[in-house]
Design a protein around this ligand. Structure first.
Ligand SMILES: Nc1ncnc2c1ncn2[C@@H]1O[C@H](COP(=O)(O)OP(=O)(O)O)[C@@H](O)[C@H]1O
Ligand SMILES: [Mg+2]
Length: 319
């Protein structure tokens, strides 16, 4: 669906006709049944600072064609992501204050699609005074955080290859900036407004005041900015395992989703999140280290733990 849809629906009320929104008691199967996944694991969580939208906003913004929508569990923004088990599509619905964030994701979906990197196709964009709704085609497969360690190990080469492919895109053709000049104002605002959720910080920092974490980050900033300039790549921007959809029958990555923060940045912004969230799956420290090492060899880098640590401290302050 083109952005023409955006122009057509902007500022208009979207009628809800045959759409069936079922917060509970839905007749159709859930996405979990559709993808036959394992139970959700306690994945390292990061705060997305979004309030779930109300049922009435959902009903207003979901496409009016027939569909049976159920809430998606396992995402990071609560009930604002819903799945239509009739037409096998996902909708992400945000209230009006977050429309620019969702529009940013829409634009990045379109851009990444043109590069040939696997993603979820954009089907529709709907907007009204109440908010906006981004509809994507359901990608078959499972989020990588649902895999047990042996399956994640098998898909790991494809994960590395996909990250390499994204990081290998020409930065001068990418119109989106996801770097520190964008992230720092978000972190400063998150801290100043007391929005940082302690549980989303690395465990060792959960008793450190966010203002102190930010101060340390500010101290390192000149060096990190220099590294970013020297090694700028196109980053996914939120490369946690739930945003990597994989096919366990082929051990291949089927799609990268949740592209709202895609843009040029330091590759370690992605690498840090990927390796940290994979740690929730690896059964012990030795396996985790081997996976990290395997990633580094295949990707072609020497891991830089301090740089990883920097991005792991920064990320939770920015949502
Ligand atoms: N197009 C899609 N195909 C398959 N699964 C999807 C799709 N879109 C979303 N999902 C599922 O919904 C979850 C939440 O969607 P996501 O866009 O990542 O939202 P959030 O910002 O809440 O993390 C994903 O982790 C994935 O399991
Ligand atoms: Mg996500």
């Amino acid at each position: 669906m083109t952005h023409g849809t955006d122009a057509r629906t902007r500022g208009t009320r979207v009628p809800c006709s045959s759409t069936r929104w079922s917060p509970r008691d839905c007749r159709c199967s859930t996405p979990e049944a559709f993808t036959a996944v394992l139970p959700a694991r306690n994945v390292t969580r990061r705060h997305h600072g979004r309030v779930s939208v109300s049922s009435s906003i959902l009903a207003e913004l979901l496409p009016p064609d027939s569909g049976e929508w159920v809430p998606v569990t396992g995402g990071e923004s609560g009930a604002s992501v819903v799945y239509d088990c009739v037409q096998q599509r996902y909708a992400k619905v945000f209230a009006s204050n977050l429309v620019p964030e969702l529009a940013a994701e829409r634009d990045r979906i379109v851009w990444l699609h043109e590069t040939g990197i696997p993603g979820a196709a954009l089907l529709d964009w709907r907007e009204s005074d109440a908010g906006a709704c981004l509809v994507t085609r359901a990608v078959p497969g499972v989020p990588a955080n649902r895999l047990e360690a042996p399956a994640l190990q098998r898909v790991w080469p494809s994960v590395v290859a996909t990250v390499q492919a994204v990081h290998g895109l020409a930065t001068d053709r990418c119109p989106f900036d996801g770097g520190l000049e964008q992230m720092m104002p978000l972190a400063r605002a998150g801290v100043a407004e007391g929005r940082v959720i302690v549980e989303f910080l690395p465990e060792a920092l959960q008793y450190t005041p966010p203002a102190q974490i930010l101060e340390q980050i500010e101290g390192e900033l000149p060096d990190r900015l220099a590294q970013e300039r020297a090694q700028l790549v196109v980053c996914h921007g939120d490369l946690c395992l739930p945003n990597i959809l994989v096919d366990p029958s082929t051990d291949q990555v089927n799609a990268l989703i949740d592209l709202g923060r895609l843009g040029t940045a330091d590759p370690y912004a992605d690498i840090a999140l990927l390796l940290a969230t994979a740690r929730d799956t690896w059964p012990d420290e030795e396996t985790a280290r081997r996976a990290d090492q395997d990633f580094a060899e295949k990707y072609g880098t020497e891991l830089d733990p301090e740089r990883q640590d920097f991005y792991l401290r920064l990320d939770p302050l920015t949502w």
